[in-house]
Design a protein around this ligand. Structure first.
Ligand SMILES: Nc1ncnc2c1ncn2[C@@H]1O[C@H](COP(=O)(O)OP(=O)(O)OP(=O)(O)O)[C@@H](O)[C@H]1O
Ligand SMILES: Nc1ccn([C@@H]2O[C@H](COP(=O)(O)O)[C@@H](O)[C@H]2O)c(=O)n1
Ligand SMILES: [Mg+2]
Length: 213
């Protein structure tokens, strides 16, 4: 696999391609991954989950893997230099011009790194709003073998979400970018609300998708 620079030369830089970027944020277990799958199917986006990129890095046995695994087990945020490098590579390698970025930016450090390195204003920030009670229930029943889906780590993740991610959502809200969704409802109902926002804010996305099909 080529370096970030090699790939940039093949496909043009991100700044040249200017993809449509949608951030998907919400507490742990609010349904970000679940709804991203539906958005991919319906609107032709590519889903990039920063949590998945970090888990891939652990599995690859890279020198940073052990540190990432430790941070995740403790529900802590990985240093932004690392996350932004993985995100930049994934965005660069992706041929699609419609990108859903799941679980990022999680804190002000993530946001600052994104603005310094990637510099593409998000078109929309989807905020999946769900009660802690419901999120806790979902995470404890997820059964995907995630080491951070235990009650002790879940409580730490909730704390990080409230203290570090909500201020980022508030920042984008002040710029008129946030679409808040009631994510406590059944999954298909949540997606109905998302469809509304996507078609009203990014109407051309639905249209181009239909033309391709
Ligand atoms: N609306 C919903 N109603 C009930 N269960 C749901 C709903 N949405 C997702 N789930 C379930 O809840 C669990 C967590 O969902 P998901 O993995 O999409 O959350 P997430 O926000 O990506 O979590 P994390 O931040 O931990 O990655 C999964 O088992 C999923 O099937
Ligand atoms: N921007 C991010 C995203 C994730 N992490 C770490 O990964 C854990 C799991 O993330 P999910 O999105 O899959 O829930 C998260 O608790 C962090 O440890 C991160 O550091 N930065
Ligand atoms: Mg997820």
């Amino acid at each position: 696999m080529g370096s970030v620079t090699d790939v940039a030369m093949e496909k043009g830089t991100l700044a040249q391609r200017k993809p449509t970027v949608v951030f998907v944020l919400g507490g742990p277990g609010s349904g970000k991954g679940t709804q991203c799958d539906k958005i991919v199917q319906h609107f032709g986006f590519t889903h990039i989950s920063t949590g998945d990129l970090l888990r891939d890095e652990i599995r690859s046995g890279s020198e940073n893997g052990t540190m990432i695994q430790r941070m995740m087990k403790e529900g802590k945020m990985v240093p932004p230099e690392l996350t932004i490098k993985l995100l930049q590579k994934a965005m660069q390698e992706c041929g699609n011009d419609k990108l859903l970025i799941d679980g990022f930016p999680r804190n002000e450090e993530n946001r600052a790194a994104y603005e310094a390195v990637i510099k593409i204003e998000p078109k929309l920030v989807l905020f999946l709003d769900c009660s802690e009670e419901e999120m806790e229930r979902r995470l404890l029943n997820r059964n995907q073998g995630r080491e951070d889906d235990n009650i002790e780590t879940i409580r730490k993740r909730f704390k990080v979400f409230k203290e570090s991610t909500l201020p980022v959502i508030e920042y984008y809200n002040s710029k008129g970018k946030v679409r808040k969704i009631d994510a406590g409802k059944p999954s298909d109902e949540v997606f109905e609300d998302i469809k509304f926002f996507f078609t009203s804010t990014c109407g051309n996305i639905k249209h181009s998708c239909c033309v391709i099909l």
